[in-house]
Design a protein around this ligand. Structure first.
Ligand code: SIN
Ligand code: FE
Length: 291
């Protein structure tokens, strides 16, 4: 299968051609990266000064903005610098929202924004534990943020003036799930209540979240799988934009610096075909309801 579905969208705001609209949601839902090679995120001359890890607070690897509250985190900047940085992230949120509304009209009204993130640090050479190491193939799943079946749809733009962002993309979700599920024990009775009660999780960790975390962890920890699974290396060019469901596309970010990313959540019922969601795939494999 071709992993990239290229579209000739040259603007963040639709309307887009019927050909583009006709294939966008299907490309995403079948595990492809929807790729817009002519869609840069333009920075003003003044904003270009933010292309430096200097804006980070020393603890965070990203600057993050929450559109629902307008809170900005991860930067040491104050005053006008902070306001301008926030404005840049808010604009990325607005443009990616418009883009998905135009490309996937069926999702309109069902997408909830997560964080907007600006990633000014170089990926390669960063030292982290294997569990946090995104240079290992993984599907996205978060220990403290149970999604209870919600999809994770992410839009990325490489704003590096020169160098590509290098990704690896692994096998289809169904294959990865079938590979790792037999190793994952079912959740322990009562554990979800304890985690939620201790505020370790924001909300209840469903069996779906348990299996997704299990796949995330086992995939990252398995060195042989990382090197042997059929995979595609992508050098994603500067000035281009891509979107994918990162809860089902096995991905690893190997190197690159200066990117934006916007997360959206979508209920499986808003998909064109919810049978393609990790929730429904896992439910078929396990043989019971998981969320
Ligand atoms: C990730 O989602 O694993 C990281 C992607 C990136 O920053 O390019
Ligand atoms: Fe990821």
């Amino acid at each position: 299968m071709e992993i990239l579905e290229s579209i000739d969208a040259a603007s963040w705001v639709g309307p887009f051609s019927p050909e583009i609209v006709g294939k966008s949601a299907d490309a995403l839902e079948t595990g492809k990266l929807l790729y817009a090679p002519q869609l840069p995120f333009e920075l003003s001359t003044s904003e270009r000064r933010f292309l430096s890890p200097d804006c980070l607070d020393g603890k965070s690897k990203n600057v993050s903005f929450r559109p629902s509250t307008s809170v900005l985190k991860g930067t040491r900047y104050e005053g006008v610098d902070r306001d301008e940085l926030l404005g840049m992230l808010r604009r990325y949120y607005n443009q990616t929202s418009a883009l998905l509304k135009g490309l996937c009209p069926g999702y309109d009204g069902h997408l909830t924004p997560g964080f907007t993130s600006f990633r000014p640090a170089q990926i390669a050479g960063r030292s982290t534990s294997w569990r946090h190491d995104d240079t290992r193939l993984h599907v996205d799943a978060f220990p403290s943020r149970p999604l209870q079946g919600l999809r994770i749809l992410r839009v990325f733009t490489n704003v590096n003036p020169q160098t590509p962002r290098n990704w690896r993309v692994g096998e289809q979700f169904e294959q990865a799930a079938a590979h790792f599920l037999p190793e994952i024990k079912p959740p322990r009775a009562g554990m979800a209540s304890i985690l939620s009660w201790l505020h370790i999780t924001k909300g209840r960790r469903t069996p779906y979240d348990h299996f997704m975390l299990g796949i995330h962890d086992r995939m990252k920890a398995d060195e042989a799988y990382q090197s042997k699974v059929p995979q595609t290396h992508l050098a994603i060019a500067p000035g281009t934009t891509w979107a994918c469901y990162t809860d089902s596309v096995s991905h690893a970010a190997m190197s690159g610096q200066f990117a934006f990313e916007q997360t959206f959540y979508l209920p499986v019922t808003a998909m064109k075909d919810q049978q393609r969601s990790p929730l429904r795939v896992l439910e078929r494999l396990v043989g019971r309801k998981l969320a």
